[in-house]
Write a protein that binds this ligand. Structure first.
Ligand code: BJW
Length: 256
């Protein structure tokens, strides 16, 4: 049976019920209960085992394209084997109740869309997509079985690469623009499962707060955002979010 969550604060539930515009920023923690490792968690995060400078920068890919490609192939395979968890499902449910809703995710795993979320902006790309490393063109036909990984672009011969955003790369301008617009206009911003350390995503809650939004953090740990958030709900997103959304819905057992 799922762990119980303390009832969400009454004022927060009222604010979400009254909200016309809600934005959500998610990070790796929202997928942790699906079995997707986070990045910075001390024991279990990817960066505890792998060096980001050797795997998630353009220079790393230039130095050793095969190592980077293989690492992403391994993660792509893992993402294909996991399923959305109750946190993803609760956010998809919340979207149906809010007139203007945008879910902004730093995650590349596509689990929000698989849970039924419709209005999703991917800030850091998607691990299932591949593009030409020189021309940026999306590539739809390629194989992980190619012995000479990474495969080459059929048009120009350059290596293919995962369609994700590495350190020192610009975020897709349209995605970042939509995220900033939603953060600056929302009544409530939920910030779920992110260490709030990677910019420009980490600036979105600060922008929302400055523009008068209620900022709500959901995280198992304290982050640099916690002290500035109006509410810091401690606990696994897969427990906290279903309880919060059930209370917003007015389910008898969860109404504070
Ligand atoms: C739970 C939970 C549960 C666990 N329930 N919670 C110096 C040099 C170069 C660059 C910079 C620099 N200083 C600053 C920069 C900018 C840099 C940056 O911010 N670096 C900081 C780390 C210092 N940013 C960039 O480079 C960005 N681009 C940019 O700024 O362009 C302009 C520029 C150009 C040239 C030079 C400099 C700037 C791009 C950032 C791209 C990030 N890419 C990655 C990899 C994506 C592909 C992949 O998946 O491999 O994105 S890195 C990684 O971090 C990934 C994530 O999306 C991102 C954020 O991590 P996230 O999601 O917050 O995960 P964690 O693990 O950090 O946190 C998980 C949280 O969940 C924790 O708080 C847990 O407690 C919690 N949790 N279980 C609820 N069940």
């Amino acid at each position: 049976m799922a762990a119980a969550s303390p009832p969400p604060p009454v004022q927060l539930v009222a604010a979400l019920r009254a909200a016309r515009r809600v934005a959500v920023l998610t990070g790796a923690g929202v997928s942790a209960e699906s079995g997707v490792p986070t990045f910075r968690d001390a024991q279990t995060g990817l960066w505890a085992e792998f060096d980001p400078l050797e795997l998630a920068t353009p220079a790393a890919f230039a130095r050793n394209p095969r190592r980077v490609w293989d690492w992403y192939a391994m993660r792509r395979d893992m993402v294909g084997r996991v399923a959305p968890n109750p946190a993803h499902v609760a956010l998809a449910d919340l979207e149906k109740r809010i007139p203007e809703f945008l879910l902004v995710t730093q995650n590349v795993d596509g689990l929000h869309q698989r849970a039924g979320s419709r209005r999703v902006v991917e800030l850091h790309g998607n691990i299932t997509r591949v593009r030409c490393s020189r021309e940026g063109t999306p590539v739809f036909r390629w194989s992980d079985d190619d012995v000479d990984a990474p495969p080459r672009c059929a048009s120009c011969g350059a290596f293919l690469r995962p369609d994700v955003v590495w350190f020192e790369e610009m975020l897709p301008a349209d995605a970042l623009g939509a995220a900033e617009d939603a953060a600056s206009r929302c009544d409530v911003l939920l910030v779920v499962g992110t260490s709030a350390e990677v910019y420009p995503a980490a600036a979105l809650p600060i922008l929302a707060r400055r523009r008068g939004a209620l900022v709500v953090e959901v995280n198992t740990e304290t982050t640099p955002l916690s002290a500035q958030a109006d509410y810091a709900l401690r606990g696994p997103a897969g427990v906290v979010l279903p309880a919060l959304v059930a209370a917003v819905r007015g389910d008898a057992a969860s109404t504070p």
